[in-house]
Design a protein around this ligand. Structure first.
Ligand code: NAP
Ligand code: ZN
Ligand code: ZN
Length: 351
């Protein structure tokens, strides 16, 4: 298969800094759309994957799954997109299309889903490379329309931080009057606050960082509970219908389970791995409380969210960086010093 060699930014090893490298993209096939990447958001998953935190990274890694760009070429069979159109790509670039999950718009739970980076490219037989690159070639069924009224760079984080929090808010039926809490004010957390607020919920932020209180309120939180303050935690016992937990590292869930109301659910979207401390089942059984997990969202649901954001004028709070600053950005992300999503201006890749 013919390929095009393009510029990208990535890493060859878990302990190496991100640096310029070249990668191959397939030339467009019948149903493909080629996109010149304008902006790419920086997700904490990019850092996890670059550093092999989850143990299944494949190198070289080119991260990036919050992609906004312009269509530069379309295959002969493409019907949904035209050259020159502004579009987006999120965390998924393919799936089997035939399993029950695919049929039910849950491609993210397809056993053969192809991640935007680190997935198995069905065309080239190699692994996929993400959006820290000049361009990307994606089947039109995995390309999204973007609302025309929103800032382009501010749209990018909707493609992961947005959909990852939107999908559980929708699945657990958050609506006007629901009592929602968000754990951690970072990329996912700030989108969760905005989206839950726009759905009409009463929103609480759990944070370790008292200095983020004003920002949380500006984003739409009704209150902030400092999770290390036992008195504040005691004030919200048996209260929440849904908790969206975005913390990236293992942490004690038991204090949060205690704040769920009867029938409430704590949804883990951040940490991937065995829990430590262990979960105590007593409050779960005695209060019919649940701890669940959720992965990004399907293509239809991501389009639903983009349309919702257009209607409600919602974008991410971003700090634009050049690709050459990505290693510093990762270090700042580890210190929770992001307000509240880095977005790479991909024009910097050419300089
Ligand atoms: P982020 O911007 O770094 O935000 C994480 C926030 O969690 C921080 O701002 C901080 O908030 C809090 N935090 C960080 N370390 C903590 C610790 N050790 N203990 C307690 N709180 C801590 O990260 P993100 O991009 O939002 O991503 C969050 C996690 O979600 C990552 O692990 C990422 O891989 C994962 N993720 C999952 C999915 C999915 O589909 N499930 C999709 C995307 C990302 P405070 O300062 O307010 O405490
Ligand atoms: Zn992500
Ligand atoms: Zn499938």
């Amino acid at each position: 298969m013919n390929v095009k060699n393009i510029k990208a930014f990535g890493t060859e090893a878990a302990d190496a800094a991100l640096a310029p490298l070249n990668i191959d993209r397939r030339v467009v096939t019948l149903k493909d759309v080629e996109i010149n990447i304008l902006y790419c958001g920086v997700c904490h998953s990019d850092l996890h994957f670059a550093r092999n935190d989850w143990g299944f990274s494949v190198y070289p890694v080119v991260p990036g799954h919050e992609i906004v760009g312009k269509v530069t070429e379309v295959g002969k069979g493409v019907t949904k997109f035209k050259v020159g159109q502004l579009v987006a790509v999120g965390c998924l670039v393919d799936s089997c299309r035939t399993c029950n999950n695919c049929k039910n718009d849950l491609e993210q739970y397809c056993p053969e889903w192809v991640g935007t980076y680190g997935g198995q490219d069905k065309h080239l037989g190699t692994h996929t490379f993400g959006g820290y690159s000049e361009s990307i070639v994606v089947d039109e069924d995995f390309v999204l329309n973007i609302p025309e009224n929103l800032d382009l760079a501010g749209i990018a984080p909707i493609l992961c931080a947005g959909i990852t929090t939107w999908s559980p808010l929708r699945h657990w039926n958050v609506r006007k009057g629901s009592k929602v809490a968000v754990v951690g004010l970072g990329g996912l957390g700030h989108m969760a606050i905005k989206l839950a607020n726009a759905l009409g919920a009463e929103v609480t932020l759990f944070s370790r960082s008292p200095n983020k209180t004003k920002d949380a309120v500006d984003l739409g939180a009704n209150q902030v509970v400092i999770s290390t303050d036992d008195k504040q935690m005691a004030g919200v016992q048996n209260y929440f219908d849904v908790i969206i937990d975005t913390v990236p590292y293992t942490h004690d869930l038991n204090p949060y389970v205690a704040t769920l109301n009867t029938n409430g659910t704590l949804v883990l979207v951040g940490y991937l791995g065995p829990l430590d401390a262990m979960l105590n089942s007593v409050p779960m059984i005695m209060g019919r409380k649940a701890v669940a997990g959720s992965l990004i969202g399907g293509i239809a649901e991501t389009q639903e969210l983009l349309d919702f954001c257009g209607k409600h004028n919602i974008t991410s709070e971003i700090e634009i960086i050049n690709i050459q600053d990505i290693n510093t950005a990762y270090e700042r992300m580890l210190k929770s010093d992001v307000h509240y999503r880095f977005v790479i201006d991909m024009a910097s890749l050419k300089s």
